[in-house]
Design a protein around this ligand. Structure first.
Ligand SMILES: CC(C)(COP(=O)(O)OP(=O)(O)OC[C@H]1O[C@@H](n2cnc3c(N)ncnc32)[C@H](O)[C@@H]1OP(=O)(O)O)[C@@H](O)C(=O)NCCC(=O)NCCS
Length: 311
């Protein structure tokens, strides 16, 4: 069987089949390899958030693989940004796996990145060696390693006292988007103002964005979060140092009372990780940042995320 693989503008009719494909592919892969399919729940419904958010954020940047009858058997979300092309979730239907569909979808994104003269970036699971291998075969080079930490925030909030630096953290407003983007570029060498403006307009999905400012008023950290019932997750974020990262994380968790959620923290940020343990966080997975051209001079403490998956 041959599939048509191309960038596509998703229509309302694609929403449900894509959600079913994402859910089925993840449950199948994690259950058959790791016995952990249950972690994705028993309904595809929450996965409709992916096509909804990604089509609103980057119309026409989703690669789909469609059979002759029009069935979607593969998806790969890409996001073109000022400095790079980031890649979101990649999934192939279990019935169509092992036939090179994921590789062809990724190759299209890489060709586009090459045409634009930009590196491609993503965050890949270190438990899913099939996807890790797929990316490394295509030229992605592993960089920083992140711990996925699961935490339940008590209904009454964290029992730990608010940390130093909390007074510097506030809710961001739309006018902060360029300043946040400038800060990230100064630390990480990447720029994605569009994402921050998207969170702050808050029209599709449900988002909050915190910003931390130093005494001189300059941005020294930011942290986004998805508060949508289908996906409660902290990130993306960057902080200049661990103290600021801890203050941002505390504030984000305080706003998610009664929720159980996952966030990613750099393995190298040991003070941040040990603080998260003290607040009750538990390790559940490891991820690695991968890029076709690593940013050698990257600084700061990064909180990656999967929704939207912008590396
Ligand atoms: C991971 C996934 C996307 C792969 O899709 P697929 O269409 O079956 O992949 P392909 O057939 O294109 O194969 C990809 C390449 O990786 C290689 N590969 C796969 N597993 C490998 C392994 N363990 N070691 C080395 N290479 C491996 C394949 O050989 C192939 O390369 P080749 O064509 O050069 O031989 C699919 O299994 C899936 O949807 N999983 C669930 C969702 C998921 O976890 N997505 C990734 C995280 S977002």
């Amino acid at each position: 069987m041959s599939e048509t693989i191309d960038f596509a503008l998703l229509t309302a009719a694609d929403r449900e089949p894509i959600a079913r494909l994402l859910h089925r592919a993840l449950v199948h892969w994690y259950e058959s390899r790791l016995g952990q399919g249950a972690r994705f729940g028993d309904s595809h419904e929450p996965f409709t958030l992916f096509p909804d958010v990604y089509e609103a954020l980057d119309p026409g940047e989703c690669v789909t693989a469609r059979t002759e009858s029009g069935e979607i058997v593969g998806v790969c979300f890409s996001h073109e940004r000022e400095t790079h092309v980031s890649v979101g979730i990649v999934a192939t239907s279990p019935d169509a796996g092992g036939r090179g569909i994921a590789k062809k979808m990724m190759s299209l994104v890489l060709e586009k990145a090459k045409r634009l003269g930009k590196p491609a970036r993503l965050v890949s699971s270190l438990l899913n060696l099939d996807s890790f291998s797929l990316y490394t075969r295509l030229g992605f080079v592993p960089g920083a390693i992140f711990q996925d930490l699961l935490i339940t925030v008590p209904d009454t909030g964290l029992t730990a006292a608010a940390p130093v630096g909390i007074e510097c953290v506030r809710e961001a407003v739309l006018a902060d988007a360029p300043r946040i983007a400038d800060f990230e570029q100064s630390q990480q060498g990447i720029r994605r103002e569009k994402d921050f403006a998207f969170f702050l307009r808050n029209e599709v999905g449900a988002w909050r964005l915190l910003v931390s400012e130093a005494a001189d008023g300059s941005v020294n950290g930011f942290l986004g979060m998805s508060t949508h019932p289908s996906c409660t997750m902290i990130g993306p974020g960057v902080a200049a140092d661990e103290e600021t990262a801890i203050a941002l994380l505390w504030k984000a968790l305080d706003g998610l009372r009664g929720k159980t959620l996952v966030f990613l923290a750099p393995c190298a940020a040991s003070a941040l990780v040990r603080t998260a343990y003290a607040w009750g966080a538990r390790n559940v997975e490891l991820h690695v940042a991968q890029s076709t051209v690593p940013v050698a001079s990257a600084r700061g403490i990064v909180f990656p995320t999967f929704m939207p998956e912008t590396a």
